[in-house]
Design a protein around this ligand. Structure first.
Ligand SMILES: [Zn+2]
Length: 64
């Protein structure tokens, strides 16, 4: 019998990713010297995120 609670939990991340716009633009990693040439823009929460080749996630919230 499947565990139904698995499907009614918190929203999965994939659901949020669908709302993100992929934008071409150079962004510097906040933890190392690698530049990333594209980032994701969340128009709902005004958050930009990008991940460098080392797997560092940088998140910037835009104040409006
Ligand atoms: Zn990095």
């Amino acid at each position: 019998m499947p565990n139904i609670s698995e499907f009614i939990g918190p929203k999965p991340d994939e659901e949020n990713v669908k709302n993100l716009e992929q934008i071409i633009g150079l962004k510097p990693c906040s933890k190392c010297d690698i530049d990333v040439d594209e980032y994701f823009w969340d128009p709902v929460n005004y958050i930009m995120t990008w991940t460098c080749d080392n797997g560092h996630l940088t998140t910037v919230r835009i104040n409006t």
